[in-house]
Write a protein that binds this ligand. Sequence first.
Ligand code: BJW
Ligand code: ZN
Length: 257
Amino acid sequence: MHEPNDSALLLHDAAQLLRKARRVAALTGAGVSAESGVPTFRGSDGLWEGHRIEEVATPQAFAHCPELVWRFYNQRRANLRNIAPNPGHYALVDLESNFFQNDRFSLITQNVDGLHRLAGNQRVFELHGNITRTRCTQCGRNEARGLEPLDDLPRCRECHGLLRPDIVWFYEALPEDVWDQAANATAACDVFLVIGTSAVVYPAAGLVSAAKEAGATVIEINLNRSGASSIADLCLLGPSGILLPQLVNCLRTAATS
Ligand code: BJW
Ligand code: ZN
């Protein structure tokens, strides 16, 4: 295990590992979108500040007071209208399109903001859903609603049932097909990147140890140490919007030298 001290050396080591890899999977969290201006969840100034998690991100909260929950999500939808992907997102696109083509790069994200797809990643597995979609609590109909303003109690166009955001709250199961694809990509990769996540929410966080147990090298990129750091073979400490482009540049240099 390297100590996080010499960032140039660590970047070089990480690039060498990527260079030798056939398949790569990346697990991302809120930190990747932080430099776009999307608040993270935990820590000071986090999204949870001022909200008890149980009040807004559980099925019980929605059953008890759907208006409060919708106000929270409508506020976040409104904030996203002024948000664009940052250089960290684009570096992940670069990895998929220029280094690990033909489904050899899998982007597994806990983020619901849709910024990875917007940036251009193709093979994206959204473990916790997407805030731009709604789901009908009555007929189950899924609909892409973009970031248009929605009522405080939006209704289904088909059956008039109450809509909810199509995201995964605490105590809810992750979408099975997405989870299976993410787990398969994790088991098949040679390098597993874990980027901008506190790695405390399960089952997503369990992918880090699953990757390691399947024989992958784990590389972490985060501002601070996280729940993944003790498992990671290499920890790059700093903003992903800076470190990811540097890592891809280093890989590009390694590929041509
Ligand atoms: C940077 C940076 C920069 C900043 N550059 N880095 C006790 C009570 C209740 C539940 C449980 C419990 N014990 C266990 C559970 C299970 C629970 C869980 O894991 N809880 C733990 C917290 C203890 N899990 C679940 O409930 C899951 N479901 C489940 O288990 O179902 C079982 C089941 C099976 C079968 C049938 C039915 C049920 C579901 C979990 C869903 C989580 N959903 C949320 C909310 C989504 C909706 C929304 O967006 O509002 O997803 S929680 C929230 O956390 C969100 C995130 O995706 C997730 C992870 O957060 P993330 O991305 O890691 O963000 P942060 O803020 O924590 O970290 C940011 C990181 O970035 C930090 O490390 C920074 O340092 C770093 N950073 N700037 C690089 N520029
Ligand atoms: Zn409906």
